[in-house]
Each structure stands twice: as C-alpha cells, then as structure tokens.
Design a protein around this ligand. Structure first.
Ligand code: AMP
Length: 599
C-alpha cells in the first residue's frame, strides 16, 4: 500500500513549542525538527528579509521582536491579525507556516509525502478555534482527519483505552506549559476516552515564573553597585529573562542556580544565586491558582480526589518538583511523569493517527526508577531529641537516566564530618525503607552549623546509583556507586568458587553420567556430569521456566519480555544437547533476569 496513505502524523500545535510524531512499523517516533524533538512555535523575517520558522525565529525574537511572531495559538479563532514584514496575517496563516514546517520535517524523515494528520487543541477551545486549527492544517496541505483534545491525547499516550470493553478509569491531566495552564478530568469507559471537565488559565505558565525571577534579578542588580534608577532597558531585561529561564530549569534538578550575566547594562554585571526554596515561595501564588482550577474541574466532573485512578503531567513546567509535590499533597496520588511532558501530547495524537490508519496501538516504553531514593537527615526535633527522616532526592517513577541534587546542611558548629546514608523506598522513616549504603565526607570546613552540602544522585539505565556529596563553599567532593538492582544479590563468581572448593574438598561418591555423542553413538563426551548434578540442573530449569511463564503472564515491559523469551529459547537446545555447562550459564542468566524482574 502507498506509504503516504498509511501514514497519519500526530501534531501537538502548542503555544510555545510544537511537536510531530508518527507510528512507524509499530513504534512511536518523535520526528526531529532541525535536530530537536520540539520546534518553537515561532515565525519571523530575518535581517536578510528571509522567512524563518521555528528555532531560527525564536532565536531572533530577543533581538528583533518586531519581526517575530510568538504564541500565535492565543489568537486562533479570532480576527486579530499580526504584522510581519510590513504585511498583516491572520492567525491561521501563521499557524499554517508552523504546521508546514513540521510536515516538511516529517517528509524528510520518512522519505515520502505526508498528507494526513491528527492535530491536538486544548479541551477549552471552542468551535471557532477548532475550525481555525483545521483551516491552518488545510493551508499547510494537510488533510486533518481529526482534531482531538490535548488531555485526551495525553491519556492515550499513557495507555488509556487500550484495556478495551469493561474497563473504567478516571484520570486527571494537569498541563502547565510556557504560557497556558489547564487541568482536565478524563473518563475512560469501554475504550472510549472522554473529557468530563476542564478548567484553566490561558495566561498562566512557565513564562510567569521567568518574569518573577527576572524581577528578582533586576532588584538584586539595582540593589548592588549598579546604579539604575528605573527598570532595566528592554533588551537587557529580555536577556535577563532568558538567563532566569535557564536558572529555573536548573532548579528542577538541583537545590540552587547561579546566574551570571556580564555587561547587563554598560559596565554592570549581575552575579547572583537563587535557592530552590526561594524560587518556590516566589511561584507559590500561581501554583495555588492552578490548584483552585483543579478543584473546580473535579467539582464539575462530580469526582473526588480519592476517585482518581491516575494523575498525568503534561507541559514543560510540570518538571518543577514543587508542582509535583503540591499535587501529591493535594490529591494523595503520585503524579505520573515518566513520559516526557513536552512530547506526551504529540505521542497521543500519533497513536490516534495510527488507529485511524488501521494500525495497532504501540506501547510506549520508558525506563523509570521503581523506587524513591533518599538521604537520611535530621527533619525535626521531638521530645527525645533529633528526629531523623528520609529526604527524597530521586522519586519513584522518574524517567532514567536521571541526575538530581538536594541541599543539606550540617547540624552542629565546626562539624568536619558528615555521613551520607542512602535509602530506597517510599517511607518517610528509615526503618520503613531499605538502607543501600553510606559514605563519610571528611575534612569539611570548621564553620558554624548550616554548612551546605549538595548531595547529588545519578541513576543510569542499568540501575547503578552514584551518590556524590559536595561541600558547596569549597567544592570538596566525595562519591560512591551503589548497584540498586543487585544490592543483596549473591556474587555468582564467588559462589561458584565456593561450591567448586566444596566439591573438591568433599568429593561425593557417586556415579558419573556418561553422555553419548549423538553423532556416532560413541563413548564419553566432554559434557559429562554426575546424574545428580544434571538432575539438579533439570529441576532448576523447570522451576525457572515456571517462574518465567508466570511473569510473562502477569505482563511486563515489552523489552523485558523479549529478554525473558530470548533467555528461555536458549535453554531447550542446551538440554537437548546435554550441554550442562551451557545449560548452567543459560540458567544463571535467566535467574539473574527473573531476580531483577520479580523485584
Ligand atoms: P511547553 O509550553 O509545554 O513547551 O512548556 C514550556 C515551559 O516549560 C517553559 O516555560 C519552560 O521554561 C518550562 N520548562 C522546560 N523545562 C523545564 C524544567 N526542567 N523545569 C521547569 N520548567 C521547565
């Protein structure tokens, strides 16, 4: 069949960024645009008079705002035209340029024309706004098969509707982007996904946080030796805002961010540091507003927080840990964020596109941390002295690989040593969790209590956790690596050595099993083993196969299931060939795999 007709792309046409995805050979693919997974929703005319779309347009938005159009989505469904290169354009026309650029990237990537698409819109878009989006698609040369709601797309990406008949789920989608916020209650029944209620604020998002940080920076700049009587000039203010956005993003993974902007005005430099707590206090009023919207959406849908089965995060600004912890506190349910919140809507649109093209829905595979990893610290003072608690650094459900850091402080004056103890588990108290290990950080400066220690955890794809502690004021570093998957596992090489020594020292008196070479039916082959050894191996094979079958039945990530099947496939030939050494190796490998999966 013609690949063009088989392909239906999914497009998230966003206020700040847009993304295009497709299901290709059963797999979900995010199509890169100019080498990046998302493209800024920006259009401009560059100094040479050329039309620029995407990153190039965003880049020039600071130096040439008058020749750049941003956030055109806000104007969709209105007659509000924008000026570009001395001419006036309707929002549909600007959106068509963005869609056209995405289409071009898809055609380049897929190697054939792309003419059919599913495009997402916010749940609150009215009919006019939806029609305007459809028209923008048409102008870009796309047959828009369906316009779907963004929260529906997010729910589809998280597997909603795949359970089929009889399944019922109530989901909450919390979407905090650069410039807009909305929260929706989504009901899934018998495979049908429907938005029950949606509330939001089309002027609330990460941009507000950047603005607030820029104001803070401006105050610090003014309060320093730089004598600015009024606000910063526009260009300097825009630069500062850009620097603050970077700092904000840093604060999602670490406890503080340093900002250094040289020559912000004439000879004036800005050098400052922002702590996460300080940033959280700054953005708290906006986040409380989002929680009010959430409450209204729940009320409109007639649902209580306790009835929610899943909470899903969408939009770049939901990477802010404070957003996640506030939601957890409010709803009592851990929000899901393992699928990239910038890509999840386009993924859902592509899944819908594949369904319309008659293709099976792909499963989205992501590696996530199965546990929370924390550091033991003093969390308060009770009747009996200091209370110790586990302070999370990496939370359960975070996509891997990941690096996160938190700030801790020394508890007493002139404390030159701290013990960093690492725990795994969701409990707040250490006795509820598994202690993974500890390291001593020695040689700290003799200073009053409150000396800052940055503890950073990194977990790679194979589950290795590297904990690093750094004394902030001196940069003194100490680090240790812990195998989170294999904490209490036996070292197989050591165990094999022990058993071999046992057999040597206490050789049992038993008959040897003679294996006939199947080729010539002749004498002893190299693969001999005692009858007992071989029957132990066969029993162990039977038990491992049983465990594997149970696990496969229970379901697991497709990549894990494939690994188990591959491992199982090696066992039968080894038994058939009576190759006991090979069988032992294959059983060890399967046992390792099951140990990890059964955990
Ligand atoms: P979106 O509109 O979904 O593309 O979201 C863009 C917003 O997310 C912008 O305000 C970004 O600054 C913000 N953002 C992106 N990454 C992060 C991060 N790691 N932490 C906090 N905000 C982020």
């Amino acid at each position: 069949m013609n690949p063009e007709l088989q392909t239906v792309v999914g497009i998230d046409l966003g206020t700040t960024n847009s993304t295009i995805a497709v299901v290709q050979n059963g797999e979900l693919v995010i199509i890169p645009v100019a080498g990046r997974p998302t493209m800024p929703s920006a259009v401009g005319i560059d100094p040479a008079g050329k039309l620029v779309i995407g990153q190039a347009a965003k880049n020039q938005s600071v130096s040439a705002p008058e020749n750049t159009v941003l956030s055109i989505k806000r104007g969709m469904g209105t007659d509000r035209c924008v000026e570009l290169g001395g001419k006036s354009y309707r929002p549909e026309e600007i959106s068509a340029l963005i869609l056209g650029e995405l289409k071009r990237a898809a055609e380049e990537h897929l190697g054939h024309p792309v003419s059919r698409a599913v495009i997402t819109v916010p749940a609150f878009f009215n009919e006019r706004q939806r029609l305007a989006t459809q028209d923008a698609g048409r102008l870009a040369g796309l047959d828009v098969l369906r316009i779907i709601n963004e929260p529906t797309a997010a729910a589809l990406a998280y597997g909603a509707g795949q359970a089929g008949a009889g399944s019922k789920e109530t989901l909450l989608v919390y979407d905090l982007g650069g410039g807009t916020f909305d929260v929706s209650v989504v009901r899934v029944e018998d495979g049908i996904v429907e938005v029950r209620a949606s509330h939001g604020d089309i002027h609330l998002g990460g941009d507000d946080f950047d603005e607030a940080l820029a104001t803070l920076g401006e105050e610090r700049f003014g309060a320093g030796k730089n004598d600015i009587s009024a606000a910063l000039p526009d260009a300097a203010r825009r630069r500062l805002k850009g620097a603050m956005e970077k700092a904000k993003i840093e604060l999602s993974d670490g406890p503080f961010a340093s900002v250094r902007e040289e020559y912000l005005t004439g000879t004036g430099h800005l050098e400052t540091e922002i702590e996460r707590r300080e940033y959280e206090r700054l953005i708290e009023p906006w986040l409380h507003k989002t929680l009010d919207c959430l409450q209204r959406a729940l009320a409109d849908a007639g649902v209580t927080a306790g009835e929610l089965d899943k909470v899903m995060l969408v939009g770049g600004a939901t990477r802010t840990p404070f957003v996640q912890s506030l939601l957890m506190e409010k709803l009592g349910i851990e929000p899901r964020h393992e699928i990239d919140p910038d890509l999840v809507v386009a993924m859902g649109a592509a899944i819908q596109g594949a369904a319309l093209a008659g293709q099976p829905a792909p499963a989205i595979l992501v590696d996530i941390s199965a546990h929370t990893y924390s550091v033991l610290a003093v969390v308060g003072h009770g009747l009996f002295g200091e209370e110790l608690g586990c302070c999370p650094v990496i939370r359960r459900g975070t996509a891997l690989p990941v690096t996160k850091a938190e700030l801790f402080t020394t508890a007493i004056d002139n404390q030159t040593t701290v013990k960093v103890e690492v725990f795994q588990g969701e409990g707040e108290r250490p006795e509820e969790n598994l202690r993974l290990g500890a390291m001593m950080v020695e040689g700290l400066s003799k200073v009053p209590a409150g000396n800052e220690i940055v503890v950073q955890f990194r977990i790679d794809l194979s589950g290795l956790l590297t904990a690093t502690a750094t004394e902030k004021r001196t940069g003194l570093v100490k680090s240790v690596t812990i195998d989170t998957a294999g904490q209490h596992r036996i070292n197989l090489d050591t165990a094999r050595g022990n058993l071999a020594a046992l057999f040597e020292d206490h050789a049992p008196d038993r008959p040897r099993l003679v294996v006939l070479d199947p080729e010539d039916g002749d004498a002893e082959s190299a693969e001999t083993a005692t009858v007992e050894e071989s029957s132990i191996l066969l029993a162990s094979a039977k038990s491992l196969r049983g465990r594997a079958a149970k696990l496969l039945e229970r379901g697991m990530a497709e990549s894990d299931a494939a690994a188990v099947r591959a491992s199982l496939a090696e066992i039968a030939p080894a038994i058939e060939a009576r190759d006991w050494h090979a069988l032992q190796d294959h059983l060890d490998a399967l046992s390792d795999l099951l140990f990890y999966l059964e955990d």
